[in-house]
Design a binder for this molecule. Structure first.
Ligand code: SAM
Length: 343
């Protein structure tokens, strides 16, 4: 059972993270030129800074209750070495002018049109979030985690961690022999959280970007039984029924509707009967009505070509037939939904 001192240490670390990343979010907004609100969004209320911070702290309190409840261990969630933290921040701000140029530039600048990007699906050859090189360079992979934390004001790690709650139920009794697949694992942040809690669990991460997997490989070096595979989620290089649990975090809003359906079929194929899928992605309209206008503005301010269609996707219908919804956990800008594959 964590002590009062543990709680104090946890709060101090989280307050430091929020100050660091939320501060950079505010600074980035100050030095950037906002994209004007489209007519359809004018007059619709958006949460202000105070509300965002209050909801962020609600997430952190929920994170602590999960730690107290034994769902996962207190995370090693600091900022790392001060040198590395400052280096990442400098790199993030140095790239901001290129991001701004794309945000206000011609539509073609959002596409990865360079020849050596051939071989990837067309929908993927985009500079998602206006980020330099899209997902296809070592520099982008190195910048990604910092960028995401700034976007969410320091909440990204805690939002992903909420997936460990339904995962615990899925792994209870079988963690030693079970196999987990993280689809679209990126730089492996969530897999690190999984391994910190289930060091003997056999985990596989799948992603289209070899550059992102190179970062994941480095970060997962302390653990054995971690495999990283380059491949597409819509045609996974795995045999049927290999995995006891699958996680899919912040992938679906980046896929066109047809590809989402192919990924659902593939996850169903590689999961064992009665296996569990833990899905984490953005809130959708109606989940938190005060955020609805902000969700509609998001793909206008950031390059997210498929996000608007994700917002209108009926997730339970998307996973049906084949999956039955189980737990639902709110997580600030995100939601966690677990599904059990039918036997
Ligand atoms: C928004 S990032 C999320 C990464 C990670 N899950 C996280 O929580 O940070 C989306 C990831 O999905 C990967 N991705 C996008 N489309 C994919 C596809 N069709 N198959 C496999 N990976 C894909 C990208 O390369 C990127 O690493």
């Amino acid at each position: 059972m964590p002590s009062a001192l543990d709680k104090l240490a946890f709060d101090a670390v989280q307050a430091m993270r929020v100050s660091w990343f939320f501060g950079q979010k505010l600074l980035a907004a100050r030095v950037s030129r906002p994209v004007p609100l489209p007519e359809s969004l004018r007059g619709r209320p958006m949460p202000d800074k105070r509300r965002l911070l209050s909801d962020l702290w609600t997430l952190i309190e929920q994170d602590w209750r999960n730690i107290e409840g034994g769902y996962y261990a207190r995370p090693k969630d600091g900022l790392g070495s001060p040198f590395e933290a400052v280096r990442s921040a400098i790199d993030f701000f140095a790239d901001l002018s290129a991001v701004e140029r794309r945000r206000h530039g011609a539509h073609e600048e959002r596409i990865l049109s360079e020849v050596h990007y051939g071989g990837y699906p067309r929908y993927y050859r985009q500079k998602f979030h206006f980020q330099s090189d899209g997902y296809l360079s070592a520099a982008s992979a190195k910048r990604y985690d910092h960028q995401v934390e700034v976007l969410f004001g320091g909440a990204a790690a805690a939002m992903r961690r909420q997936a460990l709650v339904p995962l615990k139920a899925a792994l209870t009794g079988c963690a030693a022999a079970a196999r987990l697949l993280d689809v679209g694992c990126g730089t492996g942040h969530f897999l690190r959280e999984v391994k910190a809690n289930y060091p003997r669990l056999d985990v596989t991460g799948l992603d289209l970007s070899a550059h992102y997997l190179a970062v994941a490989r480095r970060e997962l070096r302390p653990w054995s039984r971690a495999r990283l595979v380059v491949g597409a989620a819509e045609s996974m290089p795995f045999a049927d029924g290999q995995f006891d649990a699958t996680t899919c975090i912040y992938l679906f809003h980046e896929l066109p509707p047809g590809v989402r359906r192919s990924v659902v079929r593939e996850i169903r194929r590689v999961l064992k009967p009665a296996g569990v899928l833990v899905f984490v992605d953005s809130l959708q309209p109606g989940d938190e009505p005060d955020y609805d206008a902000m969700l509609d503005y998001f793909p206008v301010a950031f390059h997210e070509p498929y996000y608007a269609s994700y917002l209108r996707e009926d997730l339970d219908r998307l996973w049906s037939p084949g999956f039955t919804p189980d737990q639902r956990v709110p997580a600030y800008f995100s939601k966690v939904v677990s599904y059990r594959r039918d036997s």
